[in-house]
Design a protein around this ligand. Structure first.
Ligand code: SF4
Ligand code: SF4
Length: 375
């Protein structure tokens, strides 16, 4: 079989099924990544969401022993929300990060990878393949980079010449020895915009990210948000796009696909209705977004913090109701904190009135709310 021709056929087919960029690499171990991951973990930068077994992450053949190649794919996603509702005083809104716009991208990518696998299997019936998207064990970014889809910028994202950083990445291990592509030789040059503009200093400067400081990770945690970050997350409900928005390599790029349907009211939702949303409402309205994977609690916590960020006094009655009635201590505590932030000294009476009804962890937030209040 002419593998060069077959590779070209796979590339052509990929473009027909909505894959914007495709590259090929060997199934050799990712030795450089191994050292980086050891370093990353020892510095305490890991988010804890990624696969912790470094061998599995860096040795493709542990996932598919017959693997000879890896096909890396990228699908661009939009970064502009047409008809986005305005966030105004009295009607404040939060924001989902762009990677979470449209239906959960894991499904979207899986469909494309499945089609690609079917196409390859028609030509080589005994082929062995294994697809991965984000939650797979390999590093999507390391695979994409080695397969020539782009270079890793200082913001840690793979920068593709046509798609910028606004891409979903996925890969497929294949038992066919396709001719590999060369990695792209490029760099950020003198630019440090993403490092300079990151609100929490989470970018270390060499493309490495301290996930423990990154708002994108912090919006997904389930407990109390550490004090130092409460005024940094702004109105972000899920994820953070700042280091991509400022990147000059993204200028003029806004990739669209028919199966990425944008719902402005959902992606930039009113904050107050989120506070008391039932599980069913959450599932119906947000369940299809990638940003829903941690459940409604982190999103509700972030909505409360966003109301404090806006000093939204009209939300006080709703925040008081949440503080008095929500069964989850973390949500009550954050609501008391937000009330203190918004009302300052005026919150004293309400907080003092209910102080003795609360458990210790919530009491701590009540005190913090008053201490850190605006007065
Ligand atoms: S996602 Fe946000 S917090 Fe995280 S590194 Fe980028 S700018 Fe910083
Ligand atoms: S903002 Fe500048 S430094 Fe950061 S990834 Fe983009 S080009 Fe590189």
């Amino acid at each position: 079989m002419d593998l060069h021709q077959f590779k070209q056929d796979v590339i052509d087919y990929a473009h027909q099924i909505g894959i914007d960029s495709i590259g090929f690499t060997t199934a050799d171990p990712f030795d450089e990544l191994k050292q980086k991951l050891v370093d990353y973990h020892s510095k305490g930068y890991a988010s804890g969401f990624e696969e912790s077994d470094i061998q599995l992450r860096t040795e493709p053949k542990l996932s598919l022993p017959t693997a000879r190649s890896i096909i890396a794919i990228a699908v661009g996603y939009p970064n502009k929300l047409k008809g986005a509702p305005r966030s105004r005083r009295g009607d404040r809104r939060g924001m989902f990060a762009r990677a979470s716009w449209g239906q959960d991208y894991h499904n979207l990518m899986r469909k494309r990878l499945d089609k690609l696998a079917e196409y390859i299997e028609e030509r080589v019936p005994d082929v062995e393949m294994k697809s991965m998207v984000d939650t797979g064990v390999l590093s999507d970014r390391a695979v994409a980079e080695r397969a020539g889809l782009g270079y890793t910028g200082r913001n840690g994202f793979v920068i593709n010449p046509d798609l910028g950083t606004w891409t979903y990445l996925g890969e497929m291990l294949v038992s066919i020895p396709f001719p590999p592509d060369d990695p792209l030789i490029d760099s950020c040059g003198d630019c440090t915009m993403c490092v300079d503009r990151c609100p929490t200093g989470a970018l270390v400067g060499n493309g490495q990210l301290n996930a423990q400081k990154c708002i994108s990770f912090l919006t997904q945690t389930k407990g109390y948000l550490q004090d130092e970050y409460r005024y940094k997350i702004g109105n972000r409900l899920y994820g953070c796009d700042t280091c991509q928005q400022v990147c000059p390599r993204n200028r003029g790029i806004n990739t669209q696909h028919d199966d990425i349907v944008l719902e402005p009211e959902i992606l930039k939702p009113r904050l107050v209705p989120l506070l008391k949303m039932s599980n069913r409402e959450f599932k119906n309205n947000y369940g299809h977004l990638a940003g829903a994977w941690r459940g409604k609690k982190p999103i509700q916590r972030n909505a409360i913090i966003a109301l404090a960020h806006f000093k939204e006094e009209t939300a006080i009655p709703d925040l008081q109701e949440v503080a008095l009635t929500d069964p989850r201590p973390m949500i009550r505590g954050t609501a008391y904190w937000a009330i203190g932030q918004i009302l300052g000294d005026e919150a004293k009476l309400f907080i003092e009135d209910h102080y003795n009804e609360e458990i210790e962890e919530v009491q701590q937030e009540m005190l913090k709310g008053l201490e850190m209040g605006r007065n």
